[in-house]
Design a protein around this ligand. Structure first.
Ligand SMILES: Nc1ncnc2c1ncn2[C@@H]1O[C@H](COP(=O)(O)OP(=O)(O)OP(=O)(O)O)[C@@H](O)[C@H]1O
Length: 582
């Protein structure tokens, strides 16, 4: 019982007050309904006994009708909450969860798959909110109707009342059994649902690659297998619930049979009248009715429980801590101080990385694939906190800073560009929504994007979804660079595009990047171009998560070490390519 109330109040969130009022309405409605059923006993008795007392029958009918009227009024009060507030409750819960996801460390967020998050914000919230109110109603009916009717029958004839009361311990026993079975089942079925959701997202996202590699068949087989497993889990749970469900309703029916037998014996013994027995049996049927809903109620309870567990898990994830929410960045030099970092459940990626990036400088990160270059740039945006050591901007540890303050000073252009399904204009103006058309256009021109945007069906008003994959990788890159140029943050983190772009796009993108970094205070770039590396004020050579060399191009060449070896091997290549085995 306490668990149910906890679940319900949790789901009700900030509408607790109204939810409590709705529960009171539901309770009064349930009691009125039970009393109306109870009023049927004297009413039927008056109507069926040999010498009908018309006055008394009308009086009982009046009581019966009045109680139903009370039930209707309070039921309406409860429904008003359900229909009026339910949507608000859902949207509030989703917003709260969305907010939580926003402040969650990026690393934590990435740990959860897209399918999981879709289920969380979609069905989990809906299940929790919907079943909480349905459960409340059922539970109140389950408790009040049999209690009131049991007491009434007990008052009329203690022997008949006793038979009814005897069914309760059996019913409780079966409720527990059903809860146990459906609890395990629901968890399995929930896991199967999440696996299916993940597989569907993965399948749809990966379709272009699957088509290109001729793997559509193999992957759809995997998808079908997951869906089949989901189906089997569901059927297995239904099967496991069949017997306890049948037994629960049998207990209830057996009790009715027992009551009719005892009643018949009493009638034959002339201890009670046949009319009274008929009236009591009608009430007893109502007594048993809510009990037969127990199996479905039990499954619903588990659905709610598991949905709330998911939600609770997200809400319990500690947000990025902010040591000093009012701290402000006033300088833009960067510092890594003995930083150690590993992704969750992954090997050590950075091992004691230390370097400083002075203001007004360009730092190039080079090194073999997997050496940790992108991770360094991610930690500069507080993607996650280092295990040991500290990352600082303008001398302030990132853990002290509000993430919004960090993002205000940093523009990021990575190779994977995410465009929202909104207009091109809105996508560019993301970091500066109040930007004028002139500002947006000027940023797009600087990023070499204006001409192709003008050529789109509705120019800057073209929605990204409308043109689907019609934007090339280079065009998406240029929109993302226009975004960064418009944002005009003093620090730029950049992952230079690799040769994945075609020659024409590459020239455009490179010009756009040059425009972006030209006037910036601090630039950290994962460098793939020789020209960037040679022009850098500082080159950091990373290897297996450590800075193995550091300096300007000429200094490193003169040192004749790791960088020099890479340089000799790559000078003929147009791009800065460092083989993993190098
Ligand atoms: N989100 C992640 N979860 C777990 N491991 C990760 C994640 N991102 C990167 N890694 C691992 O961390 C290591 C360093 O990756 P990182 O992307 O920083 O290297 P990189 O030098 O930028 O490589 P590349 O030049 O290929 O982009 C790799 O072994 C990689 O597999």
């Amino acid at each position: 019982m306490r668990r149910i109330v906890r679940l319900m109040l949790l789901a009700a969130g900030s509408y607790r007050g109204e939810f409590r009022r709705a529960l009171w309405c539901a309770l009064i409605a349930a009691i009125a309904q039970a009393l109306a059923y109870a009023a049927l006993v004297p009413l039927l008795y008056e109507l069926t006994r040999p010498e009908v007392n018309v006055g008394a029958a009308w009086a009982w009918f009046g009581v019966f009708a009045a109680l139903y009227a009370v039930e209707a009024v309070f039921h309406y009060g409860e429904l008003r909450f359900e229909f009026g507030r339910w949507a608000d409750m859902l949207s509030d819960a989703r917003l709260e969860l969305g907010d939580k996801l926003r402040t969650m460390p990026q690393g934590e967020l990435e740990r959860r798959s897209a399918g999981d998050l879709t289920m969380l914000l979609g069905s989990a919230v809906a299940n929790a909110a919907m079943s909480a109110s349905t459960l409340a109603l059922w539970f109140l009916r389950l408790v009040t109707v049999p209690t009131v009717l049991g007491v009434v029958v007990l008052l009329i004839d203690w022997r008949l009342g006793l038979v009814l009361a005897l069914s309760v311990p059996f019913a409780v026993l079966f409720v527990r059994r059903i809860q146990g079975v459906s609890g395990v089942g629901m968890r399995e079925s929930d896991a199967a649902d999440a696996a299916a959701a993940n597989r569907i997202v993965e399948y749809v996202q990966g379709l272009p690659v699957l088509r290109a590699t001729g793997q559509v068949g193999a992957s759809s087989r995997r998808l079908v297998e997951t869906l089949e497993r989901q189906n089997e889990t569901m059927s297995a749970m239904q099967n496991r619930l069949t017997w306890p469900g049948l037994l629960a309703s049998s207990v209830v029916h057996l009790c009715l049979v027992a009551m009719v037998s005892v009643g018949a014996a009493l009638v034959l013994d002339l201890r009670i009248s046949a009319a009274l027995l008929v009236a009591v049996v009608v009430a007893a049927v109502r007594f048993a009715e809510p009990l037969s809903a127990v199996p479905s109620m039990s499954s619903l309870f588990e659905v709610t429980d598991s949905a709330l567990e998911r939600i609770g898990d997200v809400l319990a994830t500690p947000p990025l801590s902010v040591g000093n929410p009012t701290a402000e960045i006033t300088r833009h030099d960067l510092e890594f101080d003995n930083v150690h970092f590993a992704y969750p459940d992954g090997p050590q990626v950075l091992r004691g990385v230390s370097f400083t990036v002075p203001s007004r400088s360009l730092t190039a990160l080079v090194g073999p694939s997997g050496s940790g270059k992108t991770t360094v740039t991610k930690l500069l945006t507080r993607y996650a906190d280092p295990e040991r050591g500290s990352v600082r901007i303008g001398g302030i540890d990132l853990r002290e800073l509000d993430p919004t303050e960090i993002y205000r000073h940093i523009s990021v252009v990575f190779q994977d560009v995410y465009l929202f399904d909104d207009t091109i204009r809105a996508n560019i103006a993301m970091a500066k929504p109040e930007a004028s058309q002139a500002e947006i256009e000027s940023a797009a021109r600087a990023a070499n994007a204006h001409t192709f945007i003008e050529g789109l069906p509705h120019g800057y008003d073209t929605r990204v979804g409308e043109i689907g994959n019609a934007l090339s990788g280079g065009e998406r890159q240029r929109i993302s660079i226009a975004r960064a140029i418009l944002k005009d943050a003093p620090i730029v983190l950049l992952d230079e595009p690799t040769a994945a772009l075609d020659a024409e796009n590459e020239v455009y993108v490179q010009q756009a990047i040059d425009a972006l970094v030209a006037k910036k205070t601090v630039v950290v770039v994962v460098a793939h171009r020789l020209s960037t590396v040679v022009a850098a004020d500082q080159i950091l050579v990373l290897e297996s998560g450590q800075v193995v060399e550091q300096g300007r191009h000429e200094e490193l060449i003169a040192r004749d070490g790791r960088y020099s070896a890479m340089w000799s091997a790559q000078t003929r290549a147009r791009h800065w390519r460092v083989p993993t085995s190098a």
